[in-house]
Design a binder for this molecule. Structure first.
Ligand code: SGN
Ligand code: CA
Length: 520
């Protein structure tokens, strides 16, 4: 009897301590906030050192963590990038190849895995994958691209209009969810801003930020695309030629000027969402700009520069609200004792052109759109103020997140965890080359392209045109001089061709690589 009792007491004690251990390990598992803004160029984060604007809150993440100088996307456009991040698989495997695809939401994602592992999961803000989010306990997303003012949100399937400015509202929802969550479980929150995506409608309080700023015009703003292939001449993403006066620049003009660019999409739909009070403030801010413009009668070159300045002001004003809201979210963590056990990742769905090559938008394998900002704060693990030049990809995000959460990475994911880089324990090169495949030649007429980048070189095949470009990034970091077929680069070209084939095979891309000697 005595023996039996001791046994029972022992068994109960053991169960209690096991439960205790489990609870403890649940608690000690890190929370993860994945922040992804839409079209946020690394040039527009002050921690990257371009001197265009000040983003103190995003910079603070870099001060407390690691900033990546070479983070790349596999396919530089919204939906595809999001699908890659969720699945850890290239577009040809996860099935979401361009913005016209629909995400197969029955497939494995980082969210479903973490959810099954006991994490509370939420996605808030931009989604853009067409099918409903799966794997999230809570979702509250904007339909499609979303609107800046008084936007619609779909909360767990129910659509409603919410008053206010989208960047702030997204954060309100995020904080609200954090507040109401089950505090005994770790959380994974995907917080995705619509800003600073086109049509760049700033928040009222920033209507006059940068009023007196003249942004430096990039040295290759008037790029003539000499040495480049047909793709560079076919695109429709030049600030000077393809931006629309009313829609993009907020200055509706007379027919003569608009004839050149076409009237473009209307801003009216977005303006109609404004309340009379909001509309008055908008008009008070933009009418003087319209008046000044109409008086100025700018020459063609001055007009191109004026457009650049106009674009930069509104784009960077939208970024300012993004930064403020990163600050709000970080304040919440601090005030609620979550700062030390929450990993914060800041990134964008791709990079963006701020006038380089004369462009806005993304899509190309050139650095500005191929690269994306990436800053990770992993308290107690990542050294403060550290930077990394290792080549990492959005293909690695799911794997890295799982690794940081202490969860096994499924073998069918195609990237790899760069946690060793974050821990300062990476020995040697993390990855020798990055493989790229862009499929969508529609809006902005950017040719389809496939390519590979190593530490020093980049080879791009424009598959529809069957034309090639090769860059020596050490000598030509702005990719102005295509050296493909130049005798001095014969060996490099061969090496890069081999690399392209190797990577295409490694990632099981079914595309057939054509014979480079055959011109279309
Ligand atoms: C919209 C924009 C394009 C932009 C795509 C894709 N046009 O269609 O300029 O390239 O989104 O952006 S707009 O007239 O609707 O503003 S993405 O970030 O969603 O991929
Ligand atoms: Ca985007």
């Amino acid at each position: 009897m005595m023996k039996k009792n001791i046994f029972l007491i022992g068994a109960v004690a053991c169960l209690i301590s096991q439960a205790g251990l489990q609870a403890q390990s649940q608690k000690s598992r890190p929370n993860i906030i994945y922040i992804m803004s839409d079209d946020h160029a690394y040039q527009a984060i002050s921690a990257y050192g371009y001197g265009l604007n000040n983003t103190p809150h995003i910079d603070k993440l870099a001060e407390k963590g690691m900033l990546f100088n070479r983070a790349f996307v596999t396919n530089s456009i919204c939906g595809p990038s999001r699908a890659v991040m969720l699945t850890g698989k290239y577009s040809h495997i996860n099935g979401f190849i361009d913005n016209h695809s629909t995400f197969d939401n029955k497939q494995q994602t980082v969210a479903t895995i973490l959810h099954n592992e006991g994490y509370q999961t939420a996605v808030i803000g931009k989604w853009h994958l067409i099918s409903d989010p799966v794997g999230f306990d809570y979702w509250n997303v904007v339909p499609g691209q979303g609107e800046y003012y008084n936007p619609d949100f779909i909360e767990n399937g129910v659509r409603k209009k919410v008053n206010g400015y989208v960047t702030n509202i997204t954060t309100d929802f995020a904080i609200n969810w954090l507040d109401k969550r089950d505090k005994d479980k770790p959380f994974f929150m995907v917080y995705q801003q619509k800003a600073p995506h086109r049509n760049w409608m700033p928040e009222e309080k920033y209507y006059h930020l940068f009023d007196s700023t003249q942004f430096p015009v990039p040295a290759n703003y008037f790029d003539d695309y000499k040495t480049r292939t047909r793709a560079a001449y076919q695109q429709e993403m030049e600030i000077a030629t393809h931006m629309h006066f009313g829609y993009d620049l907020k200055v509706p003009v007379d027919s003569v000027l608009e004839k050149k660019t076409g009237p473009g999409p209307s801003l009216q739909g977005s303006l109609n969402r404004l309340t009379p009070e909001q509309r008055k403030k908008w008009d008070d801010a933009y009418n003087p700009i319209i008046e000044q413009f109409n008086k100025a009668h700018l020459s063609e070159k001055d007009l191109a520069i004026w457009k650049y300045q106009r674009y930069m002001k509104d784009y960077l004003r939208c970024v300012q609200s993004v930064d403020d809201n990163v600050g709000r979210l970080m304040d919440y963590l601090k005030q609620n004792g979550l700062e030390e056990n929450t990993i914060v990742i800041y990134t964008s769905d791709q990079g963006f052109y701020l006038g380089e090559h004369g462009w806005f938008d993304k899509r190309w394998m050139y650095e500005e759109s191929f690269r994306t900002p990436l800053i990770i704060k992993w308290p107690g693990v990542t050294n403060k103020k550290s930077t990394s030049n290792q080549m990492v990809m959005n293909l690695d995000f799911a794997e890295t997140i799982l690794d940081m959460a202490g969860v096994k990475i499924p073998a069918d994911m195609q990237g790899k965890s760069f946690a060793p880089v974050l821990k300062g324990k990476q020995k040697g090169v993390f990855r020798d080359a990055v493989y790229y495949h862009f499929y969508e030649n529609q809006e902005h007429k950017v040719a389809k392209q496939i390519g590979v980048r190593t530490e020093r070189y980049k080879l791009i095949w424009f598959n529809e045109n069957n034309e090639w470009e090769l860059y020596d990034l050490e000598k030509d970091k702005h990719e102005m001089n295509n050296v493909y077929d130049q005798p001095a680069y014969k060996k490099v070209q061969e090496m890069m061709m081999k690399k392209l084939k190797e990577k295409k095979e490694q990632y099981k891309d079914p595309v057939a690589l054509n014979d480079p000697s055959k011109k279309v």
